[in-house]
Design a protein around this ligand. Structure first.
Ligand code: PMP
Length: 448
């Protein structure tokens, strides 16, 4: 026990009431509000390894992992030490630092096609900048995105978005201008014919296709074999850029992200395809605000100060945040990924088996070590391939499952549209606690 773990006990409901008086909905990011599962969001006081502790002192095995960043678990001692060290040398300088160079070089080592890397603070900034850069580079305006993919709260990318937009069942967002929406073409996921058609009709106007490397914001929907490669082929044929959004998958599904898994980078083989731009976030900051975009110098050098596409940030490349990211990536070795893969396999299989034992119709969806369970009657063989299918879920069963698991001490994502995240700190004891809770969860789902 470290002294940092000492917490004053609070009433969780009181905390939520107080929060709602000061913060819209009591939260600073919508999905945290338990909107679709009901009840009061747990206010977290501290976290360590595989566990989070709420303000009442109750501990949960965590399957949210800060929505991805905590690849090594919470408060890894070496990461915390790196942060403390950096903080002692100054919080922010507004001038370049060698830590930023180290981090950019580490990204390039893992993803060589990211010859140049610009650091920003959030995934939203990364995708926003990638879209602006694609428009600046091509001189075209239209962007293709896919229904159910989430790329942050960029105006032009909120149409039919996943994550909280899906949880709240919104078509998009108020406050986005018609002009902005008109410059976004939304297509169904996993349908290359639809992409071909859009390019046949408007190819000369399309600046870029942006896609989640492996969608994880409508639940997990794996790209069909050859899908990303097909996007590469079509965009190249029409002079448009391909933006591979690896904010969630990057450095989580493997050392070189989803693209690394898919392209055989891990084995050192030549990539099957290479996107023009990558966006990264989450793990790259190890729990602190760091995100990035990367690509070939020929495109990235269009960014200011070298080129005409403007992008900036007072806190971009913040030295404390960068220290957390760098320490995390340096610790994310083959053994760490092997553990995350193993835990994901065991927990996914066990959850599916527990639900099957209670006769709950569901489907386990996986993309590497990312997984989610879709509640409902899905044709087992084909799986869920797009947003329209993912939307047809029995959300009420997930709600019951979620609360039974929470009561049993397991913190699941509070929406059926989110991935379950595990970490290398999920040891056998943590996994056992999850497995022990599953029968209760499955029974509650069956009764719902
Ligand atoms: N892209 C993807 C694929 C994401 O999953 C997210 C966040 N969940 C974002 C972009 C936006 O990142 P941020 O929340 O850091 O703005």
């Amino acid at each position: 026990g470290s002294p940092a773990h000492a917490t004053t006990l609070h009433d969780n409901h009181e905390a939520f009431v107080r929060a709602q008086g000061a913060i819209p909905g009591g939260v600073n990011s919508p999905v945290r509000a338990y909107g679709s599962v009901g009840g009061d969001p747990r206010f977290i006081a501290s976290a360590r390894g595989a566990y989070v502790t709420d303000v009442t002192g109750r501990e949960y095995v965590d399957l949210v992992c800060s929505w991805g960043p905590a690849l090594l678990g919470h408060a890894h001692p070496a990461v915390v030490a790196a942060v403390q060290d950096a903080a002692a040398r100054g919080l922010s300088f507004g001038a370049p630092t060698l830590g930023e160079v180290d981090l950019a070089e580490e990204v390039r080592r893992r993803v060589p096609a990211a010859e140049r890397v610009r650091l920003v603070s959030t995934g939203t900034e990364a995708t926003m900048t990638a879209v602006r850069l694609a428009r600046g580079f091509t001189g075209r305006n239209l962007i293709i995105k896919f229904a159910g993919c989430y790329h942050g709260h960029v105006d032009s990318l909120l149409a039919e978005a996943g994550s909280g937009v899906a949880t709240l069942a919104l078509p998009g967002s108020a406050g986005v201008t018609e002009a902005s929406a008109a410059e976004t073409l939304v297509l169904p996921y996993n349908d290359l014919d639809a992409v071909e058609r859009a390019f046949t009709e408007r190819g000369s106007e399309i600046a870029a296709v942006i896609t989640e490397a492996a969608p994880a914001n409508m639940g997990i929907v794996p790209p069909a074999p050859g899908y990303n490669e097909g996007l590469r082929r079509i965009t190249s044929a029409h002079g448009a850029l391909l933006i591979l959004d690896e904010v969630l998958t990057g450095f989580r599904v493997g050392p070189s992200g989803w693209w690394g898994l898919e392209s055989g980078m891990v084995a050192g083989a030549l990539p099957e395809y290479t996107p023009d731009l990558f966006t990264f976030g989450k793990v790259i900051g190890g729990g602190m605000p760091v995100a990035a975009l990367g690509g070939p110098a020929s495109i990235m050098d269009q960014l200011a100060p070298l080129g005409p596409v403007y992008q900036a940030g007072t806190l971009s490349g913040n030295p404390v945040a960068v220290a957390a990211g760098l320490a995390t990536l340096r610790l994310a070795d083959a053994a760490a990924y092997a553990r995350v893969d193993h835990v994901a396999q065991v927990v996914g299989d066990a959850a599916s088996a527990a639900l099957a034992a209670e006769g709950v119709a569901h489907r386990l969806q996986r993309s590497g070590n990312l997984f989610s369970i879709m509640f409902g009657d899905f044709a087992a063989a084909a799986g869920v391939r797009n947003y329209a299918q993912a939307q047809a879920q029995d959300a009420f069963r997930y709600k019951a499952f979620f609360h039974a698991m929470l009561d049993a001490g397991v913190n699941l994502p509070p929406s059926v549209f989110e991935a379950w995240f595990v970490s290398s700190a999920h040891d056998d004891a943590a996994v056992e606690r999850i497995l022990a809770a599953l029968p209760d969860g499955a029974k509650a789902a069956a009764r719902a």
